[in-house]
Design a protein around this ligand. Structure first.
Ligand code: NAI
Length: 245
């Protein structure tokens, strides 16, 4: 897959899956804009990739999403690919959730991708070979997940948003697809209890965690010309955890 001449924006790029996506796109020749709320981690990650830049943003802020889009247009002049990878979760029973937890889950995992997508869409519509959006949802959003009730709702929303936007954007030449990781070996996964980590790993038919680079491979495929006739699709990268029609 060749991304020479393409500019790619990845959120959540300081860590885990977003970072693996940034590395994958840079290795394939893209100019990568790494974005994250974590400036120190993001700057360090960008410094390791040829031609990459870091631009800080909190995806829960619509003002910051709009400012990031304006900065990219002003400093770089356009965008070809958006990867919405930033996300967050804590596994706990729904009956223990606070309203503040619900609000954070929805703001970060659902409204974040929605408002950043809207902010950068004019650039993607203008992209020479057609813009591409890849959203990182979760298998939780396809089949539900114990202890991730509202997160699953947010990720299910990302899946439905992907499909609906894909329909609307065909006339603008923008393809929109969605990757659903299963349990993946990232700092986010490491925040879950050891008991939960073992249970989740054992539930995977392949009996191991996914690697962030394996998820990134799916993201790169959707963003590449190899997927030129693919839009509105959802791909699980989860060792067979879910097998959805
Ligand atoms: P991670 O915690 O390793 O990386 C997430 C990144 O997002 C971090 O760099 C963090 O600083 C950034 N971030 C957090 N809040 C932010 C905000 N408000 N604005 C901007 N950036 C923010 O997590 P991981 O595991 O790499 O997750 C990436 C995506 O994959 C998320 O959307 C997550 O929901 C999804 N996912 C992860 C799974 C896993 O097992 N690791 C399973 C299924 C989905």
């Amino acid at each position: 897959m060749d991304f020479n001449g393409k500019t790619v924006l990845v959120t959540g790029a300081a860590s885990g899956i977003g970072n693996a996506c940034a590395k994958g796109f840079a290795a394939a020749g893209a100019k990568v804009i790494l974005s994250d709320i974590n400036a120190e981690g993001g700057e360090a990650a960008a410094a390791q990739l040829p031609g990459a830049v870091f631009m800080q943003m909190d995806v829960t802020s619509r003002d910051e999403a709009n400012a990031l889009a304006a900065r990219i247009e002003g400093e770089i002049g356009g965008l070809d690919v958006l990867v919405n990878a930033a996300g967050w979760d804590i596994i706990e029973p729904f009956m223990k959730n606070t309203p503040e937890y619900w609000e954070k889950i929805m703001a970060l995992n659902f409204m974040g991708p929605v408002q950043l997508t809207r902010a950068v869409l004019p650039m993607l519509i203008d992209a020479k070979d057609g813009g591409r959006i890849v959203n990182v949802a979760s298998d939780a959003g396809r089949v539900g997940s114990f202890g991730e009730t509202v997160y699953a709702g947010a990720k299910g929303g990302v899946i439905a948003f992907t499909k609906s936007l894909a329909r609307e954007m065909t006339r603008n030449g923008v393809r929109v697809n969605c990757i659903c990781p299963g349990p993946t070996d990232t700092p986010l996964f490491a925040t879950q209890s050891e008991k939960m980590q073992v249970a989740l790993t054992n539930a995977i038919p392949m009996k191991r965690l996914g690697q962030p680079s394996e998820v990134a491979d799916g993201v790169l495929f959707f963003a590449s010309d190899r997927a030129s006739f693919v839009t509105g699709q959802v791909l699980s990268v989860s060792g067979g955890l879910t097998m959805v029609d």
